[in-house]
Write a protein that binds this ligand. Structure first.
Ligand SMILES: [Zn+2]
Length: 342
């Protein structure tokens, strides 16, 4: 696996302090991808899984892969090893603790409801469990949690429709958006047009992973056909100037996850990320971790990586942190407003 940090020069102390103190929100973070190998091992042991005798190193090896399909396999492994609602509650509590350490006070966490349903699980006890974990996280660590229910593209249209229906059902319980992820090559955005329309009609916000593995047309379709208000990754938008213009005009942010793109092999090195091009085109950018445990990163590290690799000024880092609050969905819903930061 590539090491994304190899491109980043050592950060000066002042930059380090600046980044550490910057108030931030996480808008693209998968709950399942936040589970550290040692916690996964502990939960596996508790559940008496066949992996109970595994050494920690064996779990760490699961988090090593060469390409995007290897990453999806690892994600599946983690999902299969989170067996019980109590496991989900535990990983949510643990995530709150880690986020607070990054000065993150607000998180829209992606829950892979598509994968839960695919595993044959009934959502309700699991969602109740993450809600309990989030309440504890807010009480103990001051992190506000909201949820994005994510459908898995390669599972098809009907399972995605069910995820959108469940998102609508739990909308009053901090589910702010519906989205799709998974393998772009197997299922283009246009397949999900009606599903997204139904989600919007239910008052849900919409997001989509796009332009990560597929080309710029997938980003355009996510915006124009699906009504996505934020794009996960959107890397390949860089090759289409008219698309960059569209994103800038409509102020549709790209959720940039630098370490993720190198770890899954969509970029060979972080220096090849088009982040500077996005900024120059006026496209709003939010930095995120995606799957921090699986990519051995955290949000402060992503800011350091962006600053070190692209020579960004403190003001540019501040703007990305402000964007993380500006493009949060919760402030658009009744009952509250995300705390403005930066
Ligand atoms: Zn993602």
């Amino acid at each position: 696996m590539n090491d994304p940090s190899s491109d980043a020069p050592a950060s000066p102390d002042t930059l380090e302090r600046f980044i550490t103190a910057l108030p931030k929100a996480e808008l693209h973070l998968h709950l399942e991808g936040s589970v550290e190998p040692d916690l996964l091992r502990e939960l596996g042991k508790r559940n008496g899984l066949h992996t109970a005798g595994w050494e920690l190193a064996a779990f760490e090896r699961v988090y090593q892969y060469e390409d995007f399909s290897g990453f999806l396999q690892a994600f599946k492994f983690v999902s299969q090893h989170l067996k019980t609602p109590a496991d989900y509650e535990a990983v949510t509590c643990d995530l709150a603790r880690k986020l607070a350490g990054q000065k993150v006070s607000y998180a829209e966490v992606i829950l892979s409801v598509g994968v839960l349903l695919w595993l044959g699980r009934e959502l309700e006890p699991y969602f109740e469990a993450v809600t309990r974990g989030a309440e504890a996280g807010e009480r103990d660590h001051g992190v506000k949690f909201y949820w994005i229910f994510d459908a898995t593209r390669q599972f098809g249209i009907e399972p995605a429709r069910e995820v959108a229906r469940l998102a609508a059902r739990y909308r009053e319980q901090r589910v702010v958006a519906f989205g799709i992820g998974g393998d772009e090559a197997q299922a283009p955005p246009e397949l999900f047009r009606d599903v997204f329309r139904a989600a919007r009609e239910e008052g849900l916000h919409c997001v989509a992973h796009a332009g990560e593995a597929a080309g710029p047309e997938s980003v355009r379709a996510a915006v124009e056909l699906l009504g996505a208000e934020r794009i996960g990754h959107g890397l390949r938008a860089a090759s289409d100037p008219s698309l960059l213009e569209l994103l800038a005009d409509r102020q549709i942010p790209l959720e940039v996850c630098l370490s993720s793109n190198v770890a899954t092999g969509v970029l060979d090195r972080v220096g090849n990320h088009p982040l500077p091009q996005f900024l120059a085109a006026g496209v709003p950018v939010v930095l995120n971790t995606d799957d921090p445990a699986m990519f051995r990163t955290d949000l402060n590290r992503e800011y350091r990586l962006a600053a070190g690799t692209f020579g960004l000024a403190e003001e540019q880092l501040s703007e990305m942190a402000r964007n993380s609050f500006r493009f949060a969905f919760e402030k658009n819903l009744p009952g509250g407003r995300a705390e403005e930061g930066g």
